[in-house]
Design a protein around this ligand. Structure first.
Ligand code: C2E
Ligand code: CA
Ligand code: CA
Length: 601
């Protein structure tokens, strides 16, 4: 045991030592598994055909000496096999081999489970004597120690190779098991696929439901993956909300089928506490041998493809392509450039007028951030805002925009320019930051601005019920008198009941509805419905993306009073804003003027 010999070798040694000090004894050890089946472990003095006959015998109340001892959990002494009823079924096996007596001792775990039996056989019928009995007891305790040590070692191995939350293999076991599959695929000339599965919005779910809820979700996802990946698949948890699947003998078509199956299974809603969640995952896929031949590299490729799937939306899967490696490098470059941009102040702000649809009067300005990079050129916010969110830069970005917007508004007011409000876009991540309310208050105070001058826009996608952290921040901001606007309304899945509870002042009808107003009856229906929702909740509705006169008229006819879009003005820099405000404008707008679209630039 000290030399860390494997269990069968230790048992063999014990049996041989027993036979050396007590030559009349033939010793053997049978392991008893959790199903109550016996498996010969060591029996150096017994004929191999005898041990083979015992393999997988089920223990019971009269199954020879060992089967009975394991069943009872007590020593069983049979001094005469030929006449003992316990041996009725096994007599014909033992007697021809010259086995006449058998004493068996159970070997138990500390919790009382019988792990094995130690047997002493004799060639003559005989009762126990004191020396042999003592020897058997000492050996049984030795065996017990050896078994306990083996169980502990297995447990450590388990901890080392399995993820304790989900019970799935971890990365190191995946490495070993996938290695075997890759070898097999290489020699058989078959293909194999590696899937990198990453849950969508897991951080959000974890933040709003707490870690207990997050853990529950991960366990459920693990079960669904195992249930739907296929019998031969390896499923492992890599870390956090990242899982890996290896599908042996799977070509592109089969992999696509598996990917669809898995995504459909994940989408099934589940309840966690009071929230109903339909988990979704983005999946990246790489293929052996086309993309690589080592697991590490295949996982890397699959991960790149997963990022691509995320960027393209969510709940999608993508196969790896070599361009993705370049895209990933560009992404890294962009991310570090954004870090620098925040320091070097390569960012600047644009402002887009929000107007009353009836007469074009200025209602407020929406602040839109712009990044002009010396090498990448103009980087659109749709590209770098998500990047900032992923890389943890968003807090700094939103703070910077808030600060600059307030400074600009204060400057305009000092110049006597009348700008009623500014609307600042704040990312979901920043809204969940408990420091946000204090920071907003401090920034307003420092620039001598009243709270009513500021509107914060939050995207609807960020809403989720039972999100205590978010509700607290929003309430604190509202309490200061700062107004909140629900951006991109109609594109998310927020519950109206929940929306009613939030202290929101306005809805922004998403531009996707407005763009299609003329061509699409459904868009008209939807737009009217959203406007009515706003009305009945007593919220102001601002239509986004108003590009032409027909849209303006339709919106107005449906009771929407405010809008923004190229019809009135494109986003402008600070100097152009001052000019735009000073420019004379018809108070009551005339119908469809030609060239109107760009006339306010
Ligand atoms: P958003 O808040 O929905 O902003 C409206 C977007 O629609 C802007 O795009 C704007 O330029 C564009 N737009 C305005 N009028 C029209 C129109 O008539 N037709 C069309 N087709 N588009 C119009 P932009 O500036 O590219 O911003 C994209 C998104 O980036 C924003 O969507 C917002 O979610 C985010 N974003 C912009 N600035 C910031 C910021 O300072 N902080 C944060 N966190 N996000 C920002
Ligand atoms: Ca916005
Ligand atoms: Ca919007």
């Amino acid at each position: 045991m000290v030399m860390e010999q494997p269990l069968p070798a230790v048992m063999e040694l014990i049996c041989e030592e027993v036979q050396r000090v007590a030559p009349a004894v033939i010793a053997s050890v049978l392991r008893v598994d959790a199903d109550g089946r016996m498996h010969p472990l060591a029996a150096p003095g017994l004929p191999p055909e005898y041990s083979a006959a015992l393999e997988s015998l089920i223990i019971g109340p009269s199954v020879g000496s060992c089967g009975t001892a394991a069943w009872l959990g007590e020593p069983v002494i049979v001094s005469d096999i030929a006449n003992d009823p316990l041996w009725a079924d096994f007599r014909d096996l033992a007697l021809p081999l010259g086995l006449a007596a058998c004493w068996s001792y159970p070997i138990k775990a500390s919790d009382g489970r019988v792990l094995a039996t130690l047997a002493f056989y004799y060639r003559t019928a005989r009762r126990p004597d004191a020396f042999h009995q003592q020897l058997a007891e000492v050996c049984a305790s030795l065996c017990m120690l050896a078994f306990a040590r083996e169980e502990a070692a297995e447990r450590i191995l388990q901890l080392d190779h399995y993820d304790s939350l989900t019970g799935l293999p971890n990365r190191s076991l995946l490495q070993t098991q996938a290695g075997t599959l890759l070898l097999a695929a290489r020699s058989a000339g078959t293909t194999l696929s590696v899937l990198f599965v990453d849950l969508d919005r897991f951080k959000h779910i974890n933040d709003s439901l707490g870690h207990v809820g997050g853990d529950k979700l991960l366990r459920e996802v693990a079960q669904r993956l195992v249930a739907h990946a296929g019998d031969t698949a390896l499923v492992a948890r890599l870390s956090g909300d990242e899982f890996a699947l290896v599908l042996p003998d799977s070509d592109r078509t089969q992999t696509i089928a598996a990917g669809k199956r898995i995504q459909a299974a994940l989408r099934q809603p589940l309840r966690i506490d009071h929230a109903s969640i339909a988990p979704s995952a983005s999946i990246g896929i790489s293929m052996f041998p086309a993309d690589g031949d080592a697991l590490d590299y295949l996982l890397h490729c699959a991960e790149m493809a997963m990022y691509d799937a995320k960027a393209a939306g969510r709940n999608l899967f993508r196969f790896f392509s070599i361009e993705m490696n370049w895209a990933a490098q560009e992404r890294l470059a962009l991310e570090s450039a954004l870090r620098d941009a925040l320091l070097a102040e390569e960012l600047h702000l644009n402002f887009q007028p929000q107007v009353f649809l009836r007469d074009g009067r200025l209602y407020g300005l929406e602040v839109l951030v712009r990044w002009h990079h010396p090498h990448f050129g103009m980087v659109p916010p749709d590209r770098f805002v998500p990047l900032a969110e992923d890389s943890g830069l968003i807090g700094a970005l939103d703070r910077w925009v808030l600060e600059q917007s307030c400074a600009q508004l204060a400057a305009w007011r000092r110049e006597g320019l009348s700008v009623p409000t500014i609307s600042v876009n704040i990312s979901p991540a920043s809204f969940r930051d408990p420091g946000l309310p204090a920071q907003v208050a401090e920034t307003l105070a420092r620039h001598g601005l009243p709270a009513q001058a500021l509107v914060l826009e939050m995207t609807e996608g960020l809403l989720m019920e039972d999100d205590a952290g978010l509700a607290a921040t929003v309430a604190a901001i509202h309490a200061q008198g700062v107004r909140l606007s629900m951006d991109d309304f109609g594109t998310g899945y927020s519950s109206l009941g929940y929306l009613r509870q939030l202290p929101v002042h306005q809805l922004k009808l998403d531009k996707s509805f407005v763009i299609d107003l003329e061509s699409d009856a459904a868009a008209r229906e939807l737009a009217s419905a959203v406007i009515r929702i706003g009305d009945s909740l007593k919220l102001a509705v601002i239509a986004e993306g108003v590009e032409n006169e027909a849209q303006r008229r339709f919106l107005l006819s449906q009771g929407c009073h405010m809008g923004q879009g190229y019809l009135f003005s494109r986003p402008l820099d600070a100097v152009a804003v001052a000019k735009w405000i000073a420019a004379p404008r018809a108070v009551e707008r005339q119908p469809a003027e030609h060239g109107e679209r760009h006339s306010r630039r």
